[in-house]
Design a protein around this ligand. Structure first.
Ligand code: NAP
Length: 239
C-alpha cells in the first residue's frame, strides 16, 4: 500500500490541458491520486493514473455526459477542482455582450454545472472536497475587468453559499484566489510590454497554486481550509 497522501483518491480538474489546471492535475497525481482531466483540447483516453475527457464545461449536456462517464469509471471523485477560465482586459464600452456572457459561462456557470452534478454524490458519501480557483479579481477591482470581476466575484459568492449548504455534510470547500500567475492566459495581454503590470518573471507559477490546492486537500478531515490567497512577492497593482 502506497503511503502517498492521496493514494486511492480520485481527483477531477477542469481546464487541465495547460496552465494552473495542468499543474494541479500533475501535483494531485504525484501525491498518489488518479486524476480526471477535462478540457476542450484533450483527447479521450485512460492511462495509468489518468483519465482525460474532451469536454466543453460550458455545455450542460456535455458536463452531464462527462460526469456520468466519470462516475461509471473511474468512479466518484474525492477532489473536484473547478479551474477552467478565460480572461481579457477591455474597458466596459468595448466589452461586447458576447465577451461578457462567454466569460460568465466559462468562469462561473461551468463551475455551477460541475458542482451541481457532483454534490449529491459527495454528500451521500459524506466526504469530498470542492476547490474553486478564484482570483485576486474575486475581491479587488481592476480596470478593464468588468466581465472577469463579475465572474470571479460571482464565483466567490457561489463558494460561500456552497460552504453553507455543505456544512456538516463532511464535504469541504476551499476558494484559492491567486494574483497573477505566469500561464498562457496572459499571452494576448503581453504584460511585459505594458507599464504597471506585474512582469511575467515576477508572477506566481502554476505549481505555486497547485501547492496551495494540495495543502488544502491533504489536511486532516477536521481541518476546513476556507480560503487561500496568494500574491507574487514583487507585485504591481495596476491602475
Ligand atoms: N493566470 C493567472 O494570472 C490567474 C490568476 C488568478 C486566477 N486564475 C484563474 O485560474 C484558472 C486557470 O487559468 P490559467 O491561467 O491556467 O489559464 P490557461 O493557461 O489559459 O488555461 C485555461 C484552461 O481552461 C480551459 N478551458 C477554457 N475554456 C474551457 C471550456 N469552455 N471548457 C473546458 N475547458 C476550458 C483550457 O482548456 P481548453 O482550451 O483545452 O479547453 C485550459 O486548460 C482560471 O479560472 C483563471 O481565471 C488565473
Amino acid at each position: 500500500m502506497s503511503d502517498l497522501p492521496l493514494a486511492g483518491k480520485l481527483g477531477l480538474v477542469t481546464g487541465a490541458s495547460r496552465g494552473i489546471g495542468h499543474a494541479v492535475a500533475e501535483q494531485l497525481h504525484a501525491a498518489g491520486a488518479h486524476v480526471v482531466r477535462l478540457a476542450r483540447s484533450l483527447v479521450d483516453r485512460t492511462t495509468d493514473g489518468w483519465t482525460d475527457l474532451r469536454c466543453d464545461v460550458t455545455d450542460p449536456a456535455a458536463v452531464e455526459r462527462a460526469v456520468g462517464r466519470v462516475l461509471a469509471e473511474p468512479g466518484l471523485p474525492d477532489i473536484v477542482v473547478n479551474n477552467a477560465g478565460i480572461f481579457f482586459i477591455k474597458p466596459v464600452e468595448e466589452t461586447t455582450p458576447a465577451d461578457f456572457s462567454r466569460t460568465i459561462a466559462v468562469n462561473l456557470t461551468a463551475s455551477f454545472l460541475v458542482t451541481r452534478a457532483l454534490v449529491p454524490h459527495l454528500v451521500r458519501r459524506g466526504a469530498g472536497h470542492f476547490i474553486t480557483i478564484g482570483s485576486i479579481s474575486d475581491h479587488v477591482a481592476f480596470t478593464g475587468s468588468t466581465a472577469y470581476a463579475a465572474s470571479k466575484f460571482g464565483l466567490r459568492g457561489m463558494h460561500e453559499v456552497l460552504r453553507a449548504e455543505l456544512a456538516r455534510t463532511g464535504v469541504r470547500t476551499t476558494l484559492v484566489s491567486p494574483g497573477p500567475v505566469d500561464t498562457p492566459i496572459w499571452d494576448p495581454v503581453d504584460p511585459d510590454a505594458r507599464p504597471g503590470f506585474t512582469k511575467r518573471s515576477a508572477m506566481l507559477r502554476p505549481e505555486d497554486v497547485a501547492e496551495a490546492v494540495l495543502f488544502a486537500v491533504t489536511r486532516a478531515s477536521r481541518v476546513d481550509v476556507t480560503e487561500i490567497r496568494l500574491l507574487p512577492t514583487v507585485y504591481s497593482p495596476r491602475g
